[in-house]
Design a protein around this ligand. Sequence first.
Ligand code: H2U
Ligand code: ZN
Length: 346
Amino acid sequence: MFDFNEHTHKRLNLLTGEWILVSPHRTKRPWNGKTEDAAADKMPEYDPNCYLCPGNTRAGGVVNPKYEDTFLFVNDYSALIPGIPKGDINEENLLIARSEEGICKVICFSPRHDLTLARMSPEKIVRVIDLWIEQYKELGGDPNINYVQIFENRGAIMGCSNPHPHGQIWSSQTVPDLPAKETEKQTEYKEKNGRCLLCDYLALELKKKERIVLENDGFAVLVPFWAVWPYEIMILPKRHMGSIDEMTEKEKKDLAEIMKAAGIRYDNLFKTNFPYSMGIHQKPTDGKNHDEWHFHFHYLPPLLRSATVKKFMVGYELLAMPQRDITAEQAAAKLREQPPVHYLES
Ligand code: H2U
Ligand code: ZN
C-alpha cells in the first residue's frame, strides 16, 4: 500500500506545473558534509560602518537621512534601469535577446541595525506593508512597468550583504518567468473550474490542517504540499485578493502579526537568525484585470537540520528535478511546535 509518509513519490506544484521528488526514508542519512558558520546574533543598535543605518554614507557618497521608521531609496547598483535604448535581437531564431528596463529600490524596515521583522512590533511592520503598497501602486502605475517584485534576502548564506533589516523592490517592463508561470496556472484553473486556484487550495489545507502552521482572521501560514526547501512556507490571505493594495486596515494588521509570528517560529527552530529569501507574488501591473490572481508570500529558507547545515540544490536537482527528504507535513509539525516567544526575548 502506497504511503506518502514512507514511500518515494512526486508532488505537483500547482503554481508552476513543476514536479518535486520526495524521499521520506532518506531523513536517516548521516551527515559528514559542509556546515555553515552560525551567524553572530548579538549586534549593535547602530553600526557606524553600515551603509543602511541612519545618517551614514552610502556608496557613491549619498548620506542617509536620520529616518525613524522606514527609508526608501533607488538602488545605487540597480540591475534594471529606466529609459535605456529599446532593442530586439533575433539571429535565425537561434540567438534571441531583447532590451529590458525597470526600476530597483531598497527599503530599510527599521533604523535599528539589530532588529529583524520577527523582532519588530506589528505596528512597525504595518509601516513596511504600507510602503510596499505605496510602491506597488507607484511603480505599477508607470506604463513602462508591468511587474513589481517585492522581496527580502536575509542572511549571509543567502548572499545578503548586510544584516541591517531591509528588503528590495525590482520592477520590470516584462513579467519575469516565475510570476508569469503562476499567472498561466491560475488562469488555466480559473478557466477550467470557474474558481480561484489558491482559494480552493487554501480551503482544502484549512480543512486538512496537516500543513497549516499558523492562522488568524485574515491569513494562513502553511508549508505548501509541493514545498522544495525544507522549511519553505507560504502566507496566503483568506479573502480573494489579487494584490496587496486591496487589504483593509484590519487585514494589514493581521498580516503584520502573522509575519512576525512566522518569523519567530523560524528563528526559534534552530535558535538562529533564520536566513531566507522571501517575496510577494501578486498580479502584474500590465493594466489587465487578472481576476485569477490570489496574492501570496513565499519564504524560501536554505537551512535543513541546524543553524549550520543547509540544503544544497546540486546534482540531480540541478540536472533533473528538485528533491527533498523531510516531508512538508513533518516540516509543518516542527514549525507548529516552536514556542511563540522569540528565543532572544524569552
Ligand atoms: P542584499 O540585501 O541582497 O545584500 O542587497 C542590498 C542592496 O543594496 C544591493 O542590491 C544595494 C545593493 O545594490 N546597495 C546600495 O544601493 N547602496 C549601497 O551603498 C550599498 C548597497
Ligand atoms: Zn545598519
